[in-house]
Design a protein around this ligand. Sequence first.
Ligand code: NDP
Length: 619
Amino acid sequence: MKCSPTDVPAIEEIDIPAMQAKYRVERDKRIRSEGQKQYERPVDDFADEYEGDPHMPVEPREALSEDIDVAVLGAGLSGLMAGVHLRKAGVTNFRNIDHAGDFGGVWYWNRYPGIQCDNDAYCYLPMLEEMGFMPSQKFADGPEIYAYCQSIAERFELYEKALFHTLIKTLRWDASIRRWRITTDRGDDIRARFVVMANGLLNIPKLPGIPGIHEFKGKMFHTARWEYDYTGGSCENPVLDKLADKNVAIVGTGATAIQAIPHLGRHCKHLYVLQRTPSCVDIRRNPPTDPQWQASLKPGWQEERIENFHHAAMEAWLAPGEPDLICDFWTEISRNMQAELEAEGWPELSTEEFIRRREEMDYRVMERLRRRVESLVDDPATAESLKPYYRFLCKRPLSNETYLETFNLPNVTLIDVADTQGVEAMTETGFVHKGEEYDLDCMIFASGFEVTSDLERRWGFEAIEGRDGRSLYEDWAHGYKTLHGMMAHGFPNQFFVGYYQGGLNSTTTEQYGRQGHHIAWIIKHALDSELAVVEPSAEAQAAWIEHMRETAVDISAFQMECTPSYFNNEGEKDVDENGNERIRWYLGESYGPGWHAFEKLLADWREDGALEGMLTEQA
Ligand code: NDP
């Protein structure tokens, strides 16, 4: 079925200069001078929050002392994909090592009520055709994704050697044995020829540094460590019946919170939603997978779908006649643009004109979403607080069938903490807002993860030392320094999966898979060629960084206009070499010429077979 454009207000209905001014006021209200430092890691008296595992008991085991070929640090989707590609390349002597009790990463830890993937599951779940699996609905439930991760691990025999409930402490390159020495909280001494850093992006929960947070005597937990013992119910059956006599507050209204809030609203005696910035929340439309559609799919359909999503969402462009296979809120702007340009007979537009038209569509879509709030929320003041005033993609766009309606329940109160730049204070018994104290039994933090904070803080390893004790944390203190975003000079035989300096795909798992493939290729090549060491030369790395910078698409102006979040490093700024202010961008540098150009560059590099730009040492 053809995907239709959405019904958005006409541009004449929006006063763009006034709206721009409003967006800036809303942004400035929320920018905090401490930037990332406004958050704290859940350590010390919150240690159980992070170190503990509410899902599975940690079993005692003997410490290991061993030599292996590859240690894959992480068993989330990036570690899983690295493991799959190592297996596919014929490398077997490796282990995934993870703090969690199983494969799954975020899908292992996050079991809060209502957890679902916000991305089209037919793209997000990797290798569907190869695995012979089809998600049961467009936006899959968390438990289904977790189970799928387990089935991939089983299929590729990753369980055999996986080491769980093991937290990496230090990583040091030992030149005398030309291996990485890895120490863990379980007393292990693992000597690996290669290490793959698959340690994730959303793995370390963060807490807001609210004055008095440590004083609170009631129950507190982070959504990534949901405590069903306390709330009642389970992830599969989120009937939170133990909250029936409890006053509960939840901090945050991001992707996590909006999924949990409808369940909390349904079950708490009273729920306070402490919101600093509203999310934009569209209709969900999450139909079960249509068996007829499934039967109609031709081999290669998933790759085609991922490609289509990438065009519409990241390349911001659907060509004449190109279908919108994803057909949801992620692709709306491109879909609407395509329909309008088609109606105009595809006029020739300069890049500037195209960008202007897209920006107008952005204002129109955001206005549609604000009107949606008005139409669903009864109380006008609450509705106004729930309206998002920023550009689309300043924050992660969301969809939910019941979130906004939850604010019509008599036991749910929205507390708008924008004016105080966050929750004002906590006391022994609750929280304070504009001079008033609110008593609570429980405070839940849906306050996100360490995504763009300083590397040491967000990775949590005590040390990562390459040649001659060189610290990766110090080397990367002012930005990533890599070749292809996957290896670093001074850090032999070490590989990185994630967002560093390379091609960016709108499907994270596609990106992890391609990176896993490239890394496994290099490792296999090194093992077959009896190379003890592979490492980018300083020159090759410098040339790559130069190339990345020269070809970069500058999105700093857009980011500076955005409300603060991890998307723009909480608005923290640097001054560049030309004296221009720009956002300190720590989420990763994206390859300007695009995903396909990047993939071709890597394919050519492998095809050439000479490990160009690499220093090697024979075994
Ligand atoms: P986010 O970082 O997106 O949200 C954190 C929330 O906490 C924000 O609403 C933030 O407000 C609020 N907050 C932080 N500090 C304070 C404070 N001092 N006072 C009041 N509010 C505060 O975390 P999430 O866990 O929601 O999501 C993280 C990421 O995880 C998502 O962006 C997404 O990538 C992924 N995710 C994906 C899901 C999926 O696919 N289904 C589901 C859940 C998460 P403010 O915006 O003002 O900073």
